[in-house]
Design a protein around this ligand. Structure first.
Ligand SMILES: [Zn+2]
Length: 499
């Protein structure tokens, strides 16, 4: 599960232009199209059409359905026309400067210790005088995360209370965008979370333990306007991508019939998470629209364990997801999420609890620890996705958030193999748990000798204290029906056939 040696034979299609009709509808003015809230450092923002709703059927539906606005964001944002470049952003003086860490994509992380958090407002005011606007301000358990944006780029301030560290992250947005707002949209369906079934019969990793290493992870969120957000998408070299596409197609509620993926979240650089995307791209890339993708893998120097193929230059395959994005999803925009930010699609909030940069100055012992940890809030229900968090990340999450990480649904860390802890799971205190592994491995995760011994106790705890969902031979769809921790569950039969 930790390497992806597959030689990808991609026939370069002569034209893979994707439809942009349904591309990011990001008008911050409610009724005027073309005012994009993808904030890039260049003055020219890309204009995207708003969601079309001019057919008769939709007009009828609109009467019954609510036009909704994404929550928790300001509705207008005025960016000063004059802005100093990021090179002129001052140091944070109420702390001890330690070092600057390159963080990939031209991003710099200025790291401080002994920070006085009460001086963050003063620092933000300094940024304002340079032409930057505060766009986000999120406090969790004594941590504080502030994002400022200007024509010079993005400044993200991350204060971690457990070690009094402060990072000033500078992103000129040359290779990525800052997504600020969501437009009004027409509600066509309920928010759901699909626990995808994977093709475990095919992709069991015999090298790492035969039937007892069924990894892979794929979850699909349906937004109220019918778009999707995908977590990872499954393993390569299997039918995971067929199962995924069939699900997207068969459950598409959009009036225009288009399959629109608002965002693809790549949690980290392991092929049991991005391999399905590689296969999906070459097979179905022309049949869907991908608007955004999220990655934050950082600089390769930040790892003790060499990444397997994600970062350019670290693998013979040159970073397969990047290659597929360049070939099949040319119009998709990259978001580099930072810890503490909230990224909103429709009214579903994706709060970033940790990225690789939260580990600074420590190196990540495992690539798994670079996992982007996300807490999703959908109709009042909180779901925390732990991806492949190992012990290092588990400890970090406890230190950063304590019991404020409480959620209703918890994705078990690292397929229930290692990572996670009873302490973390108790603090999350979820009623439901999602197990990204096969039914066979789920059954054995509390007893099998091949399992990491440290994982058994938390797996036992999770099985005893949560209702468990395992995506194997059936896709379970959790529908968020409103209020705190209210869900309903239905099943959908996975289809492994190529369409
Ligand atoms: Zn994995």
């Amino acid at each position: 599960m930790n390497s992806f040696k597959k030689v990808l034979l991609i026939i370069l299609a002569s034209s893979m232009l994707l439809s942009t009709v349904a591309c990011a509808a990001d008008s911050k003015d409610s009724d005027s199209a073309g005012s994009s809230s993808d904030l890039e450092s260049s003055s020219a923002s890309e204009t995207a059409g708003t969601e079309k709703s001019d057919d008769k059927d939709t007009e009828k539906e609109t009467k019954k359905e609510t036009e909704t606005k994404a929550p928790e964001k300001e509705t207008s944002l005025v960016i000063p026309s004059v802005c100093k470049p990021l090179t002129e952003v001052p140091k944070f003086t109420a702390a001890t400067y330690s070092a600057t860490y390159p963080s990939g994509d031209g991003i710099q992380q200025l790291y401080y210790t002994g920070a006085d958090a009460s001086k963050i407002n003063t620092y933000v005011n300094q940024l304002k005088t340079l032409g930057y606007v505060k766009t986000e301000d999120n406090s969790i358990n004594g941590n504080r995360f502030v994002t400022c944006y200007g024509k010079g780029g993005l400044v993200h301030i991350s204060y971690l209370n457990h070690n009094k560290s402060l990072s000033v992250i500078l992103n000129e947005l040359k290779n990525s965008v800052y997504k600020y707002d969501e437009p009004k949209y027409t509600r066509v369906t309920d928010q759901t979370l699909a626990v995808m079934s994977l093709d475990y019969d095919t992709h069991q990793d015999t090298v790492s333990g035969g039937n007892h290493d069924a990894s892979g992870m794929s979850y699909v969120v349906t937004l109220e306007d019918g778009r999707y957000v995908i977590f990872d998408g499954g393993y390569g070299k299997a039918a995971d991508h067929h199962i995924l596409y069939n699900y997207l197609k068969d459950n598409n509620k959009r009036k225009d019939g288009k399959i629109v993926i608002a965002a693809w979240i790549f949690t980290h650089d392991h092929s049991d998470h991005y391999g399905g995307f590689v296969d999906f791209s070459s097979t179905y890339g022309t049949q869907v629209t991908l608007q955004y993708y999220l990655m934050n893998c950082g600089n390769k120097d930040r790892y003790d364990q060499k990444p397997s193929g994600w970062l350019p230059g670290t693998s013979a395959d040159g970073g397969l997801p990047h290659y597929c994005l360049d070939v099949y999803f040319k119009t998709a925009k990259k978001i580099v999420p930072h810890t503490g930010q909230k990224i909103v699609f429709c009214n579903t909030v994706f709060e970033i609890l940790s990225t690789q940069e939260s580990h600074t100055p420590s190196k990540m012992q495992w690539v798994n620890d670079s996992s982007i940890i996300v807490r999703m809030t959908a109709n009042g229900v909180k779901t925390v996705f732990l991806a492949d968090a190992e012990a290092q990340t588990t400890k970090l999450l406890i230190n950063m958030y304590g019991t404020s990480i409480k959620s209703d649904i918890m994705q078990i860390a690292h397929h229930g193999y290692s990572g996670g802890s009873v302490d973390l799971y108790q603090k999350i205190n979820a009623k439901w748990s999602l197990w990204p592994t096969s039914q066979e491995c789920f059954n054995e995760r509390t007893s099998h000798g091949g399992n990491a011994s440290s994982a058994k106790s938390q797996n036992v705890w999770a099985k005893q204290n949560t209702t468990c969902y395992v995506g194997d031979d059936k896709i379970e769809i959790l529908k968020f029906v409103g209020g705190s921790a209210k869900i309903s569950v239905s099943e959908y039969t996975p289809n492994k056939n190529k369409v």
